[in-house]
Design a protein around this ligand. Structure first.
Ligand code: ADP
Ligand code: DP6
Ligand code: CO
Length: 349
């Protein structure tokens, strides 16, 4: 007969939800970008980066352990994930299983509300939600930094979506052993005396033809401008932290726009060039310049895709949104603000 361990009574009951967990996470937009890895397998970046997590476009992900299944099942937006998308999730679950000392396969069901692969950070909300849900389903107990390190292995930018509002992702020590480098590379919250708006112009919602992962690898390998951009990242980060701390929207915007345009310059100088900006993106950039001439503090940032995000004050957000709508007719314009970190909705292993 099995004797009860005295601690069992104090443990939460393993009810019908054991092995099933659901989490939600939001995308984040970097104000100082991550562009370039020093270690592809561990997803270690070459530079520190800093972002704002959004209060729009949540991803909801459920992970259910599937006893008896010989492989994982991955459903993205209601359809089975294929190719690279399926492989990335399975590789991520393999890592979670290795850490949990379990071999059970899982069913992952994830819904994005952000367009997938459009430069609006679906990989950030996607892997932050998956990290939180999978850790809970497999019974891994991780603190926020541990969740951030785990999310990083799925997609670098996901390390920052574990946290709400503003977060910095530390690159970690480039000379450390792999184990120490892994431990040193995680995100954490950044103090900011600022509650800005980010006006998002969705000029093309379709998926990019080159993933962020492939584009940054190609840029690091072939762009003569990459080293100069990366060398400036430290100053950009220090300036950004100070500007956020003193609530200086103009300085935050100036640094963010400069850092993003510089990142796109590194891609344009790659061989062959990677160009994500479309004519509609450039039209929005022109409109942002005009707004500044009209004394509206508005600054643009763009990621690996054609969609432009415009940083401004909450008070100016509607005016900026109208200007962007007029500049890029047919685009969907969404006004976002700083949003919450990733969280478990229910369940746990
Ligand atoms: P984005 O600009 O949207 O972040 P990326 O090229 O970085 O574009 O990543 C897109 C890829 O991220 C998708 O092709 C898919 O592999 C992965 N991804 C996106 N959303 C999810 C999700 N909810 N769950 C798991 N993987 C996701
Ligand atoms: C331009 O995090 O999507 O959005 O780590 O390979 O998944 P992987 O790349 P990802 O790259 C994001 C690049 C960026 C800038 C940023 O978010 O910092
Ligand atoms: Co991404």
């Amino acid at each position: 007969m099995r004797t009860e361990h005295p601690l069992d009574a104090a443990r939460p009951a393993r009810a019908a939800t054991a092995g099933t967990a659901t989490a939600v996470a939001h995308p984040n937009i970097a104000l100082v970008k991550y562009w370039g890895k020093r270690d592809e397998r561990l997803v270690l970046p070459r530079t520190d980066s800093l972002s704002m997590t959004l209060d729009v476009f949540p991803t909801t992900t459920r992970v259910r352990l599937d006893p008896g299944a010989g492989q994982d099942t991955v459903i993205l937006d209601g359809a089975p994930a294929k190719g690279e998308a399926q492989r990335r999730v399975t590789a991520f679950l393999d890592l979670v299983r290795e850490r949990a000392g379990m071999s059970l396969r899982a069913v992952v069901d994830s819904r994005n509300t952000v367009p997938t692969g459009a430069g609006l950070a679906s990989s950030a909300s996607g892997f932050a939600a998956l990290a939180v849900a999978a850790a809970a389903a497999y019974g891994l107990r991780l603190d926020p930094a541990g969740l951030s390190r785990l999310a990083r292995r799925g997609s670098g930018s996901a390390s920052r979506s574990v946290f709400g509002r503003f977060a910095v992702w530390h690159a970690g020590d480039a000379d450390a052993t792999p184990r120490d480098a892994d431990l040193g590379s995680y995100a954490e919250p950044v103090p900011a005396d600022l509650d800005p708006a980010l006006v998002i112009a969705v000029v093309h919602a379709g998926p990019k033809s080159v993933s962020s992962r492939a584009a940054m690898r190609h840029t690091v390998a072939t762009s003569p401008l990459y080293a100069a951009w990366a060398a400036a990242a430290g100053d950009d980060l220090a300036g950004m932290r100070a500007a956020l701390a003193r609530g200086d929207l103009d300085a935050v915007g100036r640094i963010a726009e400069h850092n993003a345009l510089g990142m796109h310059a590194t891609m344009l100088a790659a061989r062959p060039a990677v160009r994500y900006l479309s004519p509609a993106s450039v039209t929005v950039l022109d409109r942002v310049l005009e707004l500044r001439q009209d004394k509206v503090a508005a600054y643009a940032t763009m990621d690996a895709g054609p969609n432009v995000k415009v940083l401004c004050s909450r008070a100016d957000a509607e005016r900026v949104a109208d200007a962007v709508r007029e500049a890029a007719p047919g685009s969907r314009v969404v006004v976002a603000g700083p949003g919450p970190g990733a969280r478990l909705l229910h369940g746990g292993g």
